[in-house]
Write a new protein. Structure first.
Length: 319
């Protein structure tokens, strides 16, 4: 799929123009109040984003538990399918299985793989490491049941957008010392790699008016990281080199006009330096949220295409 830079920027500009005025300010205040113990406004934000998208033709979705929803192709196959365990974005404080349902369903339809979407515990009520522990547990559950779902344990990848991308990286790092089969790969969309204000070029340039304001990101970080933002399973770019070098092949898709763009680029460069097989793509003109919020269709479709290609198994993997 060729990148049409002009269309990407035009769609992103229209998306930004259509965002409700003051939305991120209200979200910031809602998270801030929740940190102080008043979750009413934050729960309203959560409910507003908790509507599932219609399933594409040929895709079924089943709730295995209240926290796990499995998307699979209806068409049966004799060979095992890759399985992506997906962690939604939302600054660790909102979002759900439903907020990422459009991406999960469309990826299954386009790639012919299976996707397990995860509802993890949300901050500030459940700060680090509660959400991360839920994600690790979801991977272990998938390892145990992959064959029942038409996959196999060596075809399991983890992925996520924004805070979900952070959780995918942290999950992979957190499981390195266990005896679990290593993850096949990571799929990351504009991930948080530093859970504090990094004052990078993109942070300063796109900190206001580009779908993820720095003020909102700062309060997300505060809600999740509490007093330990530089812990290597929170700010994953601070993980020791000997751990980062063990990460599996990684796809990172970034938005150019996003405060997280610079830290993602630096993280990708670090992984490449450490010998990790990483592919990074930066969508020109795109802004944050193109995975979970409709309005940037070309960015969304390009991300789908990149993911489908990246997760396609080799013949030797499906024997």
């Amino acid at each position: 799929m060729e990148i049409d830079t002009s269309t990407l920027r035009k769609e992103a500009d229209a998306f930004l123009a259509g965002m409700p005025k003051g939305l991120q300010t209200r979200q910031t205040e809602a998270v801030r109040r929740a940190i102080q113990g008043d979750t009413e406004a934050l729960n309203q934000v959560r409910y507003s984003r908790n509507t599932p998208s219609p399933l594409p033709k040929g895709v079924s979705a089943t709730y295995l538990t209240s926290r796990l929803r499995l998307y699979t192709p209806m068409l049966k196959t004799d060979t095992p399918r890759p399985l992506l365990v997906y962690f939604h974005g939302g600054g660790w404080t909102f979002g759900s299985i439903n907020s990422c349902s459009r991406f999960c369903g469309e990826l299954v339809a386009q790639a012919g793989i299976s996707v397990l979407a995860v509802n993890y515990a949300l901050a500030p009520e459940a700060p680090f490491p509660h959400g991360l522990n839920d994600c690790i547990e979801a991977i272990r559950f998938a390892m145990q049941h992959a064959e029942e779902w038409g996959s196999t344990s060596h075809l399991i990848s983890a992925g996520g957008d924004s805070a979900g991308g952070n959780l995918a990286i942290a999950t992979a790092l957190g499981m390195l010392s266990s005896d679990t089969i290593p993850l096949r790969s990571l799929v990351l969309f504009y991930p948080v790699t530093l859970a504090y204000s990094d004052n990078s070029e993109s942070w300063l340039r796109y900190g206001t008016g580009f779908a993820l304001d720095s003020e909102l990101m700062e309060v997300f970080n505060q809600a999740y990281a509490s007093q330990d933002a530089r812990h290597h399973l929170i700010s994953v770019a601070h993980a020791p080199d000997n751990l980062l070098s063990q990460l599996p092949p990684t796809l990172l898709v970034a938005a150019e006009r996003d405060i997280l763009c610079s830290q993602g680029r630096k993280f990708a460069d670090l992984l490449k330096h450490l010998g990790v097989n990483i592919k990074r793509y930066e969508l020109p003109g795109a802004v944050h949220l193109f995975i979970t919020v409709p309005g940037q269709p070309q960015a969304f479709q390009h991300a789908l295409s990149l993911t489908a290609s990246f997760l396609r198994p080799s013949p030797s993997e499906t024997k």
